[in-house]
Ligand binder design. Structure first.
Ligand code: HAM
Length: 424
């Protein structure tokens, strides 16, 4: 038996309704906030992520699915959506018009990580990205969008943590402080972090190695090295969040695992879904557009892991609308009855009624049992006698009244009772 690759999953038809509900909710919320959907390729030139996500990040150094095509060009399955969104914006010249630009995506991503609950090698992200809005009000607005998604889904136990990691100017002093701090502990760091000490010491702060984590815990914090502009931006963000009634905790240890962030960074964490508790992560990335050969355009966004969102939903016991069941099962037996039922089935489907009919040659008793299993709302029982007498019983399977209908007007009568669209 051929098995699916480790760290991937099949979402089976019996549980797909939960995914569809969550996807519908996130899309509707994003659209209410004025975001439009963007779709981009599953694989991109590897260089996009080397430059966009950053060549000293865990994602680039350890987790990318990179391959050469038949002509020797290097491509990578996207590990996230921000770099692709910026690439699409630059390549398609979307930046010429009115600002801000607001895009969202629900898309699968690929990272070669050690699989565990809430962490897989192929996963789906819902992400939003805003371009051309410098105000901290925009930061507050997209955080509010994320918290609206959680509220709508009934995930009340989620907590928001915010931080500021400053701009390239404040970063210089901060990097120096980190190098001073880590230099005396260099021997204990993992090999990757030894290199990072030279190239990008901030990346040591989100290394997954337990030893590096322990060494990094008391390291200098970004908030103590912010320039006045970054400090003001962070203070204004906090005020806007208070105005919008969003509760938050400042966590000065958040630096995020991607290189493009500037100023605001934030994470929504749901304790109780295991070690992978960060359901949503995001922040501002004012230099990314320029770095990817575009204009100087600020950016901010977030992404939520859909599987972690579902885990939180289930842990919280939040209600999920049930899967839709068919409206009507047309049970039939006999040549005339089957011909009539087949025609009625086609007519009802044209009127947007979800009808089911036997296609495997079941007996009448077995058809009734099957209709019960499908949890249909109505069953119409037709034998040759019913066709001859032009009447049949429409049985209400949900405990309501059963009614006699005229078969010659079956479609119209059923549509009236069930509520389809007679004009198709
Ligand atoms: P990220 O923190 O790498 O940020 O990922 C965002 C979210 O994707 C995480 O909080 C988590 O819920 C989910 N996620 C990440 N890796 C996995 C995995 N292996 N399995 C399951 N879920 C996972 C980004 O990707 C940024 N692009 C977010 C962003 C958008 N920042 C600005 N705009």
């Amino acid at each position: 038996m051929i098995k699916k690759p480790r760290g991937t999953s099949d979402i089976l038809p019996d549980s797909i309704y939960k995914w569809q509900y969550v996807e519908k909710t996130v899309k509707e919320t994003a659209e209410n906030f004025g975001f439009k959907e963007i779709r981009f390729p599953t694989f991109e030139a590897t260089e996009l992520f080397l430059r966009g996500v950053g060549d000293t990040t865990d994602i680039v150094q350890k987790e990318m699915y990179t391959f050469e095509d038949k002509e020797g060009r290097s491509f990578t399955l996207r590990p996230e959506g921000t770099a692709s969104t910026v690439r699409a914006l630059v390549e398609n010249g979307l930046y010429g018009g009115t600002m801000p630009l607001k895009y969202y995506y629900v898309t699968n991503c690929f990272r070669y990580e050690k699989p565990q609950a809430g962490r897989s090698r192929e996963f789906t992200q819902f992400g939003v990205e805003v371009f051309g809005a410098d105000s901290p009000l925009c930061d507050a607005q997209i955080i509010y969008l994320a918290s609206t998604v959680f509220k709508k889904l009934g995930i009340n136990g989620i907590k928001l943590f915010i931080n500021s990691i400053g701009c390239p100017e404040c970063r210089k002093n901060y990097h120096k402080a980190l190098r001073d701090y880590f230099s005396s502990k260099e021997d204990e760091l993992c090999d990757t972090c030894k290199g990072r000490l030279v190239t990008n010491p901030m990346r040591i702060l989100d290394c997954k190695s337990p030893i590096c984590k322990e060494i990094a815990a008391p390291a200098p914090k970004t908030v103590d090295y912010l320039c006045d502009d970054c400090k003001n931006h962070f203070e204004s963000l906090k005020k806007y969040l208070q105005t919008m009634g969003v509760e938050y905790t400042v966590d000065p240890t958040i630096v995020r695992g991607l290189d493009y962030y500037t100023k605001t960074v934030f994470e929504f964490v749901y304790e109780g879904i295991g070690a992978q508790a960060t359901v949503c992560g995001g922040g501002r990335y004012d230099g990314l557009c320029k770095m990817l050969d575009g204009p100087e355009l600020s950016g901010i966004g977030f992404a939520m892991g859909m599987s972690r969102l579902l885990l939180a939903l289930e842990t919280e016991n939040a209600p999920v609308p049930e899967q839709k069941h068919p409206d009507i099962y047309i049970a039939n037996l006999g040549e005339k009855a089957t011909a009539f039922a087949t025609k009625l089935f086609a007519e009802l489907q044209s009127c947007d009624i979800s009808a089911e009919i036997d296609t495997v040659g079941r007996s009448m008793k077995a058809q009734m049992k099957y209709a019960d299993k499908l949890d249909v709302s109505y069953v119409l029982v037709i034998g040759d006698n019913e066709v001859d007498e032009d009447k049949a019983t429409l049985k209400n399977m949900q405990g309501g009244e059963s009614v006699q209908i005229k078969l010659s007007q079956a479609c119209e009568e059923i549509v009236k009772i069930i509520g389809g669209d007679i004009n198709g």
